[in-house]
Design a protein around this ligand. Structure first.
Ligand SMILES: [Zn+2]
Length: 301
């Protein structure tokens, strides 16, 4: 798969310690691992912990336990919770996130300060309402304001997806004007995610289809800053979270797994391998073990 002209594959597992990992997370880990290992690439573990209020030590532990339970390995990243807090937390990179925000605030008309509360947004149907926030032109350094990126009406972001082919995401319709810096002054997820991927040299991002709008938002943001130009060359592979039949069969356990996590619910990682085999259109036997999956994927590449 690799030749002198194709860049090396560098990918990452990027969980958030805000809940126990569910089936969709586990499926994503296995898919990412398979694609990276097949290409002889490098895999990072990159934990998104910027939302510290939702972090629980048990959720952080669960990330490492789930990776081990699935039989996966990675080349770089924290070896466990203590190593993570000491050396890998996103809190160590706040200045880098702020640097990107500083670059973006120089772009005319891109960012504005927003005073809306969570309730205001909910009342407006989940998207930032067409209120006076943007027209008010509050200085960006006004206390207790979030920074939003203004997405022009009708904007769609097009990119080539490995599995979805040419994709056009209606960013304005899907996300509206989204937050890039929260009211507490900390960068929002989209900013941190782009900066982290650029720092790691990520060339392949494997994500669930539910994250298509985030991919579009990140590509659009990255296109506005010099330091994030490399992000525009990332390859994306968006996958369904569950295939239809398995989705129905597993719906009970996946609903429950939102509370307890897939590891506690499934009993055996073979439940996850079977779903991955179905998603990849592989014979049922390929879902018996991780080794069988890996063998089937190499044959099919
Ligand atoms: Zn607002």
């Amino acid at each position: 798969m690799s030749s002198p002209t194709t860049p090396p594959i560098i990918s990452r597992l990027a969980p958030t310690p805000s809940g126990y990992l569910h089936l969709g997370n586990a499926v994503n880990f296995v898919l990412t691992w398979l694609l990276t290992r097949r290409a002889g690439g490098t895999l990072h573990l990159r934990i998104d912990d910027l939302d510290r209020q939702r972090l629980r030590p048990a959720y952080l532990d669960n990330i490492f336990q789930t990776i081990e339970w699935l039989g996966l390995d990675y080349d770089h990243g924290p070896s466990g919770p203590a190593d993570f807090e000491a050396n890998f937390s996103q809190l160590h990179h706040l200045k880098e996130y702020q640097q990107l925000l500083n670059e973006l605030r120089q772009v005319p008309g891109l960012l504005y300060a927003c005073r809306c509360s969570r309730t205001d947004i909910q009342r407006a149907g989940g998207h930032h309402p067409d209120t006076a926030c943007q027209a008010q032109r509050l200085p960006l350094d006004t206390p207790e304001t979030a920074w939003r990126a203004h997405v022009p009406n009708g904007l769609a972001i097009k990119f080539q997806d490995q599995w979805q082919q040419q994709t056009a995401v209606p960013l304005a319709a899907d996300m509206g004007d989204f937050v890039v810096r929260k009211k507490d002054g900390v960068a929002a997820y989209q900013i941190a995610s782009v900066v982290d991927d650029v720092r790691l040299g990520t060339t392949l991002v494997v994500r669930g289809l539910d994250l298509l709008p985030s991919t579009a938002a990140q590509l659009w943001l990255a296109g506005h800053a010099e330091n994030t130009a490399a992000f525009l060359r990332v390859q994306f592979a968006h996958h369904a979270l569950l295939p239809g039949a398995d989705g129905e069969k597993l719906s009970k356990s996946t609903q429950a797994s939102a509370q307890r996590g897939i590891m506690a619910e499934a009993g055996s990682p073979r439940v996850v391998y079977a779903v991955v085999a179905r998603l990849l259109g592989l014979p049922e036997a390929a879902g018996k073990s991780l080794a069988a999956l890996q063998a089937a994927v190499s044959v099919n590449s």
